[in-house]
Write a protein of this length. Structure first.
Length: 130
């Protein structure tokens, strides 16, 4: 079993928003995947962050995200659209930088809770690098 961290209020909002989303679309999103992608912003080691001003901002590599789900962009777009995470900086092929995200300010200082990932397909994709 893999456990990740997520802000308590963000988890509650995410659950509600996914229920609404899945009622009105054929592309069903899974809670475990959405939580996992949010948790990447929370839990990536701090040595990936350049300085104190960048502390709450994290670059998410599309190549790494694809290893977990080929549909990762749908999840990220949903999280940004619903204002759960914020896109800080777009991808730049010329400068070879990934998109940069942060947790939305209204959730950033909230209490974090552990969430156990139970989706078997997602669990099968974890390696020592997460």
């Amino acid at each position: 079993m893999k456990t990740v961290i997520i802000q308590k209020a963000l988890l509650s909002s995410l659950r509600e928003l996914l229920i609404q989303h899945n009622q009105f679309t054929q592309k069903q999103l899974k809670l475990d995947y959405a939580i996992f992608f949010v948790s990447r912003i929370n839990s990536l080691p701090t040595y990936y962050r350049n300085n104190e001003q960048e502390y709450n901002k994290i670059r998410l590599s599309s190549q790494i995200m694809k290893e977990y789900s080929s549909n990762y962009k749908t999840y990220i777009d949903f999280l940004v659209k619903e204002e759960l995470i914020v896109l800080i900086k777009e991808y730049g092929a010329d400068i070879k930088e990934c998109r940069t995200y942060k947790i939305a300010d209204k959730y950033s200082c909230d209490e974090v809770v552990s969430y156990p990932i139970t989706d078997k397909k997602l669990l099968g994709k974890f390696t020592d690098k997460t």
